[in-house]
Write a protein that binds this ligand. Structure first.
Ligand SMILES: Cc1ncc(COP(=O)(O)O)c(C=O)c1O
Length: 455
């Protein structure tokens, strides 16, 4: 694979000399030159100077369509005028007071009105804290401690949430007897022991595991679309099986809708008509600023009531994020969501047609505005299938990402794309043309080095 990788990396370096220079400064300050693992990629990430709408402008002056949108959080793209105005107005009045504000009640009421499972909620500073607080709520409410999570499920940056995030073959056990897999050497055995991993989209296994661990299981947490593991939508049957089994065994069902709230006014739970006990939110509800929220029934959320004898400890909230979030969410009506979802459908269809035209075994999956490319034509029901595809395609994924960047299209390096209200059809068609062109450029290298990817 050496030749193709060298060729693509050399072209990328020649195309982005200023970013290549800036990364040297960054490497003196940060390990590897970056402060965020998920946004880092090799040989070095692009340095961005500014962004507006759906366009990024990098340090070398390139204009790049942004299909990453800060990992789905910028539903209106960059520097949305209403959000900018709301943030400036809030800054003039002070950024945070450690006191209740009208803006937090406004944003909270909007979410309460929209999301079916939320009767009461709390804000947090991140999606990670939001999912963590749902689990603490479940533990306090049930008196049990273990958590079932899906293989490949991502719920933020803390030990419990990162168990079995990457269920690598050889480590994860057989599909009918999965074992918890640590993401890295920082995860203690006690945390592994707290997690019951479950294969995604396998209703039978989910029912069996919930019944087997019912006496010790506080919660089942699931993303309605498996986000960081390739945008794999859960089937309704799977979500309903989780709902039924959890209810039958006094286990709380948590939907992590940090990403999927963008799919519908009331999130994926509304689309699937499967209502969890607790929901975690984040990303779009902050209008681009850091935020999270979690909520559920009034009865469950009572564990956070300050007048309770021993309430579950929870702190955080920023007025600035409240103001930005309210400005973003008020613009996000049914028509805006329909539009971003339609743009996502158009992107998926266009990408799939491009793979077919080039005779390359690839596919675009996802739901609505959420799209992910995979270099395999095998069915992708779960994380294990996604990892098999990634391992078989080797470095072609990351080379395709670099080729797309050079054609003016940004995605996550794992080839995750999402649309925003700042885009129009021609932006989507631009991305499809870029894939066409990138596949033409990569094809000789694929023929030579990964012929199994050709039809
Ligand atoms: C599904 C899901 N849950 C939780 C999180 C964590 O959110 P945050 O990065 O705000 O902590 C993320 C972040 O990408 C996510 O995708």
């Amino acid at each position: 694979m050496g030749d193709l990788r060298t060729q693509v990396h050399e072209a990328y370096r020649a195309w982005s000399p200023e970013s290549a220079r800036l990364i040297e400064d960054a490497r003196r300050v940060f390990p590897g030159g970056d402060t965020r693992m998920s946004a880092h990629f090799g040989p070095y990430p692009l340095f961005i100077e500014r962004a507006e709408g759906c366009r990024l402008y990098d340090a070398d002056g390139h204009e790049i369509r942004d299909f990453m949108n800060n990992f789905t959080s910028l539903i209106h793209g960059h520097a949305n005028p209403d959000v900018v105005e709301a943030v400036c107005e809030q800054m003039r009045r002070g950024s945070a007071y450690a006191a209740p504000t009208r803006s937090q009640v406004a944003l909270g009421s909007l979410l309460q009105e929209r999301v079916p499972s939320i009767e009461q909620l709390r804000f947090t500073s991140s999606g990670s804290e939001a999912t963590l607080m749902t689990l603490r709520c479940a533990r306090a409410a049930t008196g049990k401690h273990r958590i079932m999570k899906m293989e490949g499920g991502y719920h933020g940056s803390y030990e419990l949430a990162e168990v079995s995030l990457v269920p690598l073959p050889g480590l994860a056990g057989p599909p009918d007897a999965p074992v918890p897999v640590p993401i890295d050497a920082s995860i203690p055995p006690s945390t592994l022991g707290d997690v019951v991993p479950c294969p995604f989209n396998d209703p039978e296994m989910a029912r069996t595991l919930i019944a087997r661990h019912a006496h010790e299981l506080a919660a089942v947490i699931v993303e309605p679309v498996l986000g960081s593991m390739g945008m794999i939508p859960a089937t309704r049957e799977f979500l309903q099986a989780l709902r039924d089994a959890a209810s039958a065994h006094d286990v709380l069902l948590v939907f992590d809708e940090v990403i999927t709230l963008r799919l519908g006014l009331g999130g994926a739970q509304q689309q699937h008509d499967v209502v969890p006990d607790l929901t975690a939110l984040g990303k779009i509800i902050g209008g681009g600023l850091p935020i999270g929220a979690f909520g559920g029934s009034e009865e469950l959320m009572r564990v956070f009531h300050p007048d309770e004898p021993n309430p579950v400890m929870h702190a955080s909230t920023f007025s600035l994020s409240m103001a930005a979030g309210a400005a973003a969410m008020e613009q996000l009506d049914v028509a805006a969501i329909r539009r971003t979802n339609e743009l996502g459908d158009r992107l998926r269809t266009g990408f799939n047609e491009a793979f077919a035209r080039h005779g390359i075994r690839g596919q675009a999956v996802g739901l609505g505005s959420l799209v992910n490319l995979h270099l395999t034509d095998a069915p992708l029901p779960d994380a294990r299938a996604v990892l098999d595809g990634l391992i078989a395609s080797g470095p072609i994924n990351s080379l395709l990402h670099l080729e797309m960047l050079q054609r003016g299209v940004a995605s996550a390096s794992r080839l995750m794309y999402c649309t925003s209200t700042a885009m129009v059809e021609s932006d989507v068609d631009f991305a499809v043309d870029a894939l066409d062109d990138a596949l033409t450029a990569l094809r000789p290298g694929i023929e030579a080095e990964r012929p199994a990817l050709l039809n």
